[in-house]
Write a protein that binds this ligand. Structure first.
Ligand code: ADP
Length: 335
């Protein structure tokens, strides 16, 4: 079991500074999301020991590991490109860390077999890693990362090289591996928000080297603390607060496409529960299979609305559920 705490962690590059605090609980699956260049890989490099911080502490169960060498941290990392040793077969890749730890040959063999079964590649021992598919390479990389029995597993965009269907299967696999190792604390990096929502206990949104928000997948989507988080975790619309008579001090109203109801004809809902906008122009639509994503225009503003049908009228009335409005002032949520 390992609880990870980052305290006042700083790393400066000429054009970039990472500066953050973060806690990851024992056995937790935490995902870091953020745009390209926001510091996600840098953060993992600092935790794993591939890079040294300029300041701050990295505490594992209360003990600072900043000066502890990479191999002794009890932390394993899986890279985007897997970084398997191309000159070794599958078995040797997986047994590598065990050999360093001077585990006896017989035991190594047993452990390799158990790990290969665990990642659903039984019998792959002698296969050359250069002949493996993307999904198989990923499984070997996971088995290799687990072979040192880490207490913390770091995964840096591990699925980005795989196609969509395989990505979905592998993310279920990764979550299963986490769940079947109750002692394992996992930190996962991705820029794919759907992946983050489906796999995580908690999500940390990072922006320009700083933590913007941490929360459950539901919290970062439904109650984003900042406008940046709101947009980074899903689609949405911002309208200026001045457009409405608000009894809250906000400069921006934000809502998700699913907060909008599009109606043709009579509306039977409780009109007090909705913000009603009339004469909204339908300017475009994207068919997503399960719904249409309508692009609307209202008073010079673009509104995104989810709808089960494509409206036949050019001008429509829309109803935005008041309980789903999120208010912001200077980019931060107003409650
Ligand atoms: P992300 O993983 O979120 O895409 P990175 O952590 O890779 O972001 O990079 C964050 C920023 O730090 C980028 O602007 C990158 O150019 C810079 N950076 C990363 N590593 C180095 C380095 N070794 N030297 C200088 N700048 C670096």
């Amino acid at each position: 079991m390992a609880k990870l705490e980052l305290k006042g962690l700083k790393k400066k590059y000429p054009d970039f500074t990472l500066d953050l605090d973060l806690e990851v609980n024992e056995g937790e699956f935490l995902t870091i999301i953020g745009p390209s260049g926001s510091g996600k890989s840098t953060l993992l490099s600092l935790i794993s020991g591939l890079e040294d911080p300029d300041e701050g502490q990295i505490l594992v169960d209360g003990k600072d590991i900043v000066k502890v060498p990479v191999q002794k941290r009890g932390i394993s990392m899986v890279f985007q490109d897997y970084a398997l040793f191309p000159n070794m077969n599958v078995e040797k890749n997986i047994a590598y860390a065990m050999k360093i730890r001077k585990i006896r040959k017989k035991e190594r063999k047993e452990d390799v077999n158990a790990l290969l079964s665990f990642v659903n590649l039984p019998g792959y021992n002698k296969r050359k890693v250069t002949t493996l598919s993307g999904g198989e390479s990923q499984r070997v990389a996971l088995a290799r990362a687990l072979s040192s029995q880490p207490s913390i597993l770091l995964l840096d965009e591990p699925l980005s090289a795989l196609d969509a269907a395989l990505r979905r299967r592998m993310r279920d696999e990764i979550r299963r591996i986490h769940d079947e190792n109750p002692a394992l604390t996992t930190i996962y990096v991705t820029h794919d928000r759907e992946e983050a929502f489906s796999i995580s206990d908690r999500i940390a949104v990072i922006r320009s080297g700083k933590i913007e928000m941490t929360g459950t997948p539901q919290a970062v989507y439904r109650e984003p603390e900042t406008l940046f988080t709101a947009y980074f975790t899903g689609e949405g619309t911002s309208l200026p607060g001045t457009m409405f008579n608000l009894d809250i001090e906000a400069d921006t109203i934000f809502f998700r496409p699913e907060a909008v109801t599009v109606r043709e004809g009579v509306f039977y809902g409780d009109s007090d529960a909705f913000l009603i906008l009339e004469n909204v122009e339908v300017s475009g639509a994207e068919y997503l299979g399960h719904c249409y994503m309508l692009g609307l225009q209202y008073d010079g503003h673009r509104i995104l609305a989810q709808s089960g049908f494509y409206p036949k009228d050019k001008y429509i009335t829309i109803y935005i559920r008041k309980t789903q409005l999120i208010f912001f002032k200077d980019g931060s949520i107003v409650k």
